[in-house]
Design a protein around this ligand. Structure first.
Ligand SMILES: [Zn+2]
Length: 197
C-alpha cells in the first residue's frame, strides 16, 4: 500500500469524494466551489468547536472545514468524520436561517447534552444519521485509533447521545428525507416533542 501524506490536499480530496454522497443521502445541497481546510491540534480544535474529543468542525456561514491534524484511523474513518461535517455545511447552506438561530446556542455547547436545544439535537442527530448511512453504504471498514489505543471499529468512538438522536429520526420518520428535511422549517414546539424522549 502506498503511504499517503496526511495534509490539506489529501483532506480536500476526501471532502470532494464525500460531498456528492452527502447530497445524495441527505437530499440537501452543498455549495462548495471554493472550500478551505484548516488542520488543527487537538486543543485548538476543541477550543474552537467547544466539544471535547471532537475530530472535525465546520465554520458556520463559510466554506471552511476544520480537522484534527493527525489521522484518527484509516481513510474511511477520515471520510466519515468529514461526511458529518459536510452534512453540517449542507444544513447551513440549505437552511441559512436555521443555523442563524442556533449560532447563539452553539456557544453554550459545553452544557450537558440533555439540556441542549432541540435545534442542536436535530443538527447533530441528522449529521450522525447521514454519517451512519455513509458508513453502511460506502465506508463499512472504517476503523479508528485514538492516542495509543489499537484500531477499533468506528462506532465505538461515536457519541451515544448523537446516536440516540439519529435513532429518533430513523424510527420516527423511517429515514424518509422529505419528512426529516421538513423539520428544519418546522415550529420549535414540534422539535421539542420529537426529541423529548
Ligand atoms: Zn456535528
Amino acid at each position: 500500500m502506498v503511504e499517503t501524506k496526511f495534509d490539506k490536499s489529501y483532506v480536500k480530496n476526501c471532502i470532494e469524494e464525500v460531498v456528492p454522497l452527502v447530497e445524495e443521502e441527505s437530499k440537501l445541497k452543498c455549495n462548495l466551489k471554493n472550500f478551505g481546510v484548516i488542520l488543527l491540534s487537538k486543543s485548538r480544535l476543541e477550543e474552537y468547536t467547544k466539544i471535547e474529543d471532537s475530530f472535525g468542525g465546520y465554520v458556520t456561514g463559510t466554506n471552511l472545514f476544520l480537522l484534527f491534524n493527525e489521522p484518527i484511523g484509516n481513510e474511511e474513518a477520515t471520510k466519515l468524520v468529514l461526511g458529518h461535517e459536510v452534512t453540517h455545511h449542507a444544513q447551513d447552506n440549505s437552511f441559512p436561517n436555521f443555523y442563524e438561530g442556533v449560532s447563539v446556542l452553539e456557544k453554550q455547547r459545553k452544557i450537558k447534552h440533555d439540556r441542549l436545544s432541540p435545534l442542536m439535537k436535530l443538527i447533530e442527530g441528522d449529521a450522525t444519521f447521514i454519517e451512519r448511512k455513509l458508513k453502511e453504504k460506502y465506508f463499512k471498514h472504517a476503523m479508528m485509533s485514538i492516542g495509543e489505543s489499537p484500531m477499533a471499529p468506528y462506532e465505538f468512538f461515536q457519541d451515544l447521545d448523537y446516536l440516540s438522536w439519529a435513532n429518533i429520526l430513523e424510527k420516527k420518520f423511517n429515514g424518509n428525507r422529505r419528512n426529516i428535511n421538513e423539520l428544519y422549517t418546522a415550529p420549535i414546539e414540534e422539535l421539542v416533542k420529537i426529541f423529548r424522549e
